[in-house]
Design a protein around this ligand. Structure first.
Ligand code: DC
Length: 675
């Protein structure tokens, strides 16, 4: 997951390849609650691991459910949950539910009923935004049953206290639930009522027009897997028959998230001109209503095919067709249509989206504000939005309002080059980690199936003599920007190590170049592996560095490592450090830094590093080595160490890492995509 302050997407040109989607949030949290309330143990496969499911799991643990992770070869990340069987284990608890509506609403209903019937007392709270999301209609539906619920803050909103009842709960009259604000109130009620229906039926009647019906279908479908067959009369009346009680299905699989699929369906419609974008983990057999997004995408021009567990999408027409659509049936996925509208041949109108206003943020307002930053003309109403594509696209920093869907949607704005405008613009996504709510690896997945011109992928080069702090600074910058890192010195060092181990003569240029060309290096979590063997510590040894310095003077060796170095230029960007990054390997890089420090300061740094690693050396010896290496790097004929003509020179002898980082980020502000 990217936990940077912002993530810059360079202009993108095409999409192709296969993605696997994480489990559906809606299904995951419903299944967790159902398993938690059932008798017996439920094994859950492919559960979504995200902020919202963590919140639900933590709540279930507090309530006394046994939760165990199962790691088998076939089922990584599966869970087993032993439920309460309808009996409260813990009578008092305070539960913090973050910003997870899919935890707050059903837990309110279930715990209100359990507290009332079994003398429990629970407090439910969340983050500030959760305390602005309405829950009054659910409370109003529960109180006539005899549930006692207090508002601890604003009436109508969490936090709540659920109290023991004064009399038995009364199911003799139909329970009335409002259906026109959020379907989650009805879902919450339906998921909780089977706690009370062992000996009596429960009837729920809807006030107002029920919105987001497909989510109710998911609820009914999952209830039936847990032994509850709800009878329904249109969308107005739901009956849970007497004798209904939760029974664990034993094992259950969670489908991939259909709302998450919408970004990749849109991606295919916009940019899959050659090969399709293939989505796995959710298919056209899905129980999730958001898959009806496919119809909407088709009407805009997507070419979609699919089967059980898969979907493939290509661009059908270009530009996309503007549409006028009632989005009541796909509230979440409809946000994705707003981004597709940027590539349409006219004004797109999305209506019946009032529920957007009570989601993670006021999504109508947020969408309008951010689309306008890109240059689109937007008209917003209480329950609709109209979008006309930009005449001229503008580079924009997109605020995401702690809303995962805002962040994921706006990644689709990076294809503006496809509209044929004169200059393609980058898109900055602020606070990209908010995707953690449903799809922590969203951007990694996105980057794995999008392509652009290599020269559009930003590169920062940091060259300089040994021990000038290049590696440290490259690491800090790449952390700040979410970019890949290339420590090119490691490639020379790994070649040197292979030469030492293979007893290759350091003067045999051709043999060394062959070694360099056949390196089998991999880099993962700070480790360097050569042919699968961890060589992180060995490549750093001083004698390996010395051999590296010698063989790096050989033109054939340098040439042999060039392709490998170029292959590090991957989305979303690269920070490369070495000697000739700015002069030879990435001469077109947007920011070139030449980092120096006095020989004395560098020797001292290396001395401290080695001492900390428990290796004994002398400062004088290190200084002499370092000067000898400087001389060789600077005086060799092939790619001698020298600043590129347009490099920024930085002597950091007396600067802290923090100061140097500030200076470089500042320079990136002036030279980078958002200059
Ligand atoms: O930066 P370092 O000490 O890890 O580099 C090891 C050797 O590799 C160094 O002596 C010079 C050489 N090198 C090079 O010639 N070109 C690069 N781009 C990186 C390193």
């Amino acid at each position: 997951m990217y936990s940077t302050e912002f993530l810059d997407l360079p202009p993108l040109l095409s999409a192709a390849g296969t993605v696997r989607l994480p489990g559906s949030k809606s299904i995951s949290n419903r299944v967790l609650l159902l398993a938690g309330l059932s008798e017996g143990t439920t094994v859950i496969h492919d559960l979504l691991d995200s902020d919202d499911t963590q919140v639900m799991l933590a709540a279930l643990r507090v309530l006394g459910c046994r939760v165990e992770t199962i790691d088998t070869e076939t089922a990584v990340g599966s869970l087993s949950i032993t439920g309460l069987g309808g009996r409260l284990d813990v009578l008092e608890a305070a539960l913090f539910l973050g910003n997870a509506g899919t935890a707050m609403r059903p837990l309110t209903a279930a715990l209100a009923m359990l507290a009332a019937t079994q003398n429990g007392c629970f407090e439910l709270s969340g983050v500030a935004r959760m305390h602005e999301r309405p829950i009054g209609d659910l409370v109003d539906a529960l109180r006539p049953l005899g549930c006692r619920i207090d508002y601890l803050g604003q009436p109508g909103f969490p936090p709540l206290r659920l109290l023991p009842g004064n009399q038995p709960l009364d199911l003799s009259v139909p329970i009335r639930v409002r259906g026109d604000v959020s379907s989650q109130f009805l879902t919450a009620m339906l998921l909780a009522l089977p706690l009370l229906t062992a000996h009596q039926p429960a009837v729920v009647e809807i006030d107002g027009e029920l919105i987001s019906k497909p989510y109710i279908e998911i609820t009914l479908n999952l209830l039936s897997r847990f032994g509850i067959r709800v009878q329904r009369d249109g969308w107005q009346r739901f009956v849970i028959p007497s004798g209904s009680r939760f029974q664990s299905p034993g094992t259950i699989h969670v489908e991939g998230d259909a709302s998450s699929a919408s970004y990749f369906i849109a991606l295919g419609a916009i940019a899959a001109t050659d090969r399709p974008v293939r989505i796995e983990g959710v298919g056209t057999d899905s129980i999730q209503g958001d898959l009806r997004f496919i119809e909407a995408a088709r009407s805009m021009g997507a070419e979609v095919s699919g089967g059980a567990g898969w979907i493939e999408v290509r661009r059908g027409r270009w530009p996309l067709a503007a549409i006028d659509l009632n989005c009541n049936h796909i509230p979440d996925a409809a946000m994705t249509l707003a981004l597709m509208a940027l590539y349409a041949d006219g004004t797109t109108r999305l209506s019946h989206i009032a529920s957007w206003r009570v989601k993670e943020t006021d999504r109508i307002a947020a969408m309008a504000t951010e689309l306008r930053k890109l240059g689109a003309s937007v008209v917003e109403g209480s329950d609709f939005i109209e979008i006309t594509p930009p005449a001229v696209w503008k580079a924009a920093a997109i605020h995401t309002y702690d809303d995962h869907r805002m962040a994921m949607c706006f990644s689709l704005a990076a294809f503006n080059a496809l509209t044929g405008q004169a200059s393609a613009v980058p898109v900055r996504i602020l606070d990209p980690k908010c995707v953690g709510k449903t799809f922590p690896e969203y951007f990694e997945t996105f980057f794995s199936v999008v392509q652009t011109r290599p020269e559009w992928i930003p590169v920062i080069t940091i060259d300089g003599p040994t021990a000038s702090g290049k590696g440290t600074l490259a690491g800090v910058l790449s952390d700040k920007l979410g970019y890949h890192v290339l420590d090119s010195g490691v490639l020379y060092r790994a070649t040197a190590l292979a030469a030492i181990d293979g007893h290759v003569d350091v003067a045999d240029e051709t043999a060394l170049a062959n070694l360099a060309a056949s390196l089998d290096l991999s880099f993962k979590s700070g480790q360097v592996r050569q042919a699968g063997v961890d060589v992180t510590a060995r490549v750093r040894l001083e004698d390996v560095g010395l051999v590296a310095s010698k063989i790096s003077a050989l033109p054939q060796v340098r040439q042999a490592l060039l392709t490998l170095q170029l292959s590090f230029r991957r989305l979303p960007g690269l920070v490369a450090d070495g000697r000739d990054m700015g002069t030879v390997v990435f001469p077109d890089s947007q920011l070139k830094i030449f980092l120096t420090a006095s020989a004395q300061a560098r020797a001292q740094r290396r001395f401290s590093q080695l001492a900390a690693a428990g290796l004994s050396t002398t400062l004088e010896g290190l200084l002499a080595d370092l000067q000898e290496r400087d001389a060789r790097d600077q005086n060799r004929a092939a790619a001698p160490l020298k600043p590129a003509a347009d490099a920024l020179l930085l002597d950091n002898s007396t600067m802290s890492i923090g100061d140097s980082t500030e200076t470089l980020l500042d320079a990136w502000g002036r030279h980078g995509p958002f200059a």
